[in-house]
Write a new protein. Structure first.
Length: 226
């Protein structure tokens, strides 16, 4: 599904240039669950942003399902994000003024489909993560775990090929974090490809493969023994 070939990302200011990613090579197969680990500042989030086309590499090729999108026009990247990618964030990124159902529906905002189909998809996504009973509540009325389940529902409502999760349990207690990992594992078992950034070794162990980073480079990539 994904091939990164010699991907680098540098940020330049008037006085200094910083290398966030240094000639990264990485392949993610369809149906994999990959955890990315490493200390703060090692480039994990930059790598995830490039995978999600939120940021662009300075050098290298990014092949998504065979097409090089490293230099694709923004219009093509917007379609890719709309149709094939789902995002889960540490801080949930729910809109306070919208209900749970309305937040989940945002994942279909730019999809051309009948209103009834959108309602059915929203209902199915909320059922999938056990948040339907809170559909008319607002984010501030939910626990952290419920907010993250709503955020996952928003990420999966469009049936994406790839789910990118940036510290999805970082703001949760142990019990809620475990529940979120259970949901991600179930989604992966159903065929979703997942790439997750995490600081938690126990949560990384849920993934099928762990990639360790340091100073913008990949140090190792190891599959979990089955």
């Amino acid at each position: 599904m994904i091939t990164l070939d010699q991907i680098s990302r540098r940020y330049a200011s008037d006085e200094i240039e910083t290398t966030a990613l240094d000639t990264i090579d990485l392949t993610v197969e369809a149906g994999e669950f990959v955890a990315i680990m490493g200390p703060s500042g090692c480039g994990k989030s930059t790598l995830l942003n490039i995978l999600g086309t939120i940021d662009r590499p300075t050098d290298g090729r990014y092949l998504f399902e065979g097409s090089d999108i490293a230099t694709a026009p923004e219009s093509a990247l917007a379609r890719l994000r709309r149709d094939r990618l789902g995002f889960v964030f540490q801080s949930f990124n729910l809109i306070d003024e919208l209900t749970v159902a309305e937040n989940v529906a945002l994942g279909l905002t730019y999809r051309a489909m009948p209103a009834r189909e959108k309602r059915d998809r929203v209902a199915a996504a909320m059922d999938r993560v056990a948040i339907a009973h809170r559909r008319n509540h607002f984010p501030h009325q939910l626990s952290g775990g419920q907010q993250q389940r709503a955020a996952i529902a928003r990420a999966i409502v469009g049936e994406p090929r790839l789910i990118l999760a940036d510290e999805p349990t970082g703001n949760l207690d142990t019990e809620n974090g475990a529940q979120v990992m259970d949901i991600l594992s179930e989604l992966n078992a159903e065929g979703a490809t997942i790439v997750m950034v995490t600081h938690s070794p126990s949560h990384a162990d849920v993934a099928k493969r762990t990639v360790n980073m340091l100073d913008g480079r990949i140090l190792s990539s190891a599959r979990r023994a089955m």
